[in-house]
Design a protein around this ligand. Structure first.
Ligand SMILES: Nc1ncnc2c1ncn2[C@@H]1O[C@H](COP(=O)(O)OP(=O)(O)OP(=O)(O)O)[C@@H](O)[C@H]1O
Ligand SMILES: [Mg+2]
Length: 280
């Protein structure tokens, strides 16, 4: 049995000495990472550095070559699948719906871990599906096949399915992909609200460093499958980090509205001029 003391020691989700691969070279190499409870953690890093691979291992979709994933105090491999799905929901980077599946059918699938073989569809299931359809602005599309939606609508349908699962830990791989700016803010506000009001632990991948800094309580910068830096955005997001992690010169200034670090990427000519002016 897990006591609250154990939970405080381990955190709700943790990777210990994780080495991950797809049969060849390690993608993630000996990584230790503890996800803080009840916080929004944002993973950032260059394309191909291992963010999605790590999330897949956290959700038990990828078996580690070495190391363990600990979910609420237990090795995730020792838990029944339905139990894992009650504790943790994942939005993969490129989910694929069966052909012809409607939005409502997809979102209802999120309730699957709550259905026992004796338990029927309940009022609670119905209400949950309706509330996430409304919150993601998809109620009017409920009977539309998922494959007949725009990219942004489809992304919202998957987010709705993930939220319908009602797990305490949400793993979201680029939840804002395909969304216009207004919908990006809507989705991030919704995630922030779930964290603030229900204490959900969120781990999400974002490519927009400015939104990552604004919405993340804890930022984890990955580089070549290792944790390069982690901490509060204001403490770790600086010009050197962006250079080391993305190979990109930038200026960091305080966001005039939110105070979080604001990254202004320099184009290659600007950065060449800068490095001539300030020899390193
Ligand atoms: N199914 C797979 N089989 C083999 N190699 C894979 C597979 N999936 C990912 N990779 C490789 O693993 C590495 C890490 O991929 P991953 O998807 O974790 O990157 P990422 O950080 O999520 O990148 P992005 O920002 O582009 O989504 C890449 O080199 C990728 O080509
Ligand atoms: Mg990815």
């Amino acid at each position: 049995m897990t006591t609250s003391h154990d939970r405080a020691l381990t955190g709700p989700l943790e990777g210990r000495a994780l080495t991950l691969d797809y049969g060849g070279q390690p993608i993630v190499d000996g990584l230790d990472l503890r996800i803080p409870a009840g916080a929004v953690t944002v993973l950032v890093g260059a394309n191909g550095c291992g963010k999605s691979t790590l999330l897949k291992a956290f959700a038990r979709l990828l078996r580690p070559r070495q190391g363990v994933v600990v979910l609420n105090g237990q090795d995730i491999r020792s838990k029944p699948t339905v139990q894992v799905a009650r504790e943790l929901a994942i939005l993969p980077q490129t989910p694929v719906a069966p052909e012809g599946l409607t939005v409502q059918q997809l979102v209802r699938m999120g309730r699957y871990p709550h259905q026992g073989w004796l338990r029927q569809w309940t009022r609670e299931d119905h209400d949950k599906v309706e509330s996430v359809l409304a919150a993601t602005g998809l109620a009017e599309f409920r009977d539309r096949p998922v494959d007949a939606l725009s990219g942004g609508q489809r992304q919202r349908a998957w987010i709705a399915m993930t939220l319908a699962q009602d797990a305490d830990i949400l793993l979201l791989d680029e939840p804002t992909t395909y969304l216009d700016l207004a919908h990006q803010i809507d989705v991030l506000d919704m995630i922030d609200g779930l964290n603030a009001s229900l204490g959900k632990t969120v781990v999400m991948v974002l490519h927009d460093l400015n939104l990552a800094a604004r919405y993340g309580h804890h930022l984890v910068a990955l580089r070549q499958g290792r944790v390069h830096a982690q901490g509060r955005p204001v403490d770790i997001l600086n010009e050197a980090l962006v250079q080391q992690v993305f190979g990109l010169a930038c200026r960091i200034v305080p966001d005039p509205v939110y105070g979080s670090p604001l990254c202004i990427p320099l184009d290659r000519r600007q950065s060449a001029r800068r490095s001539q002016a300030v020899p390193s």
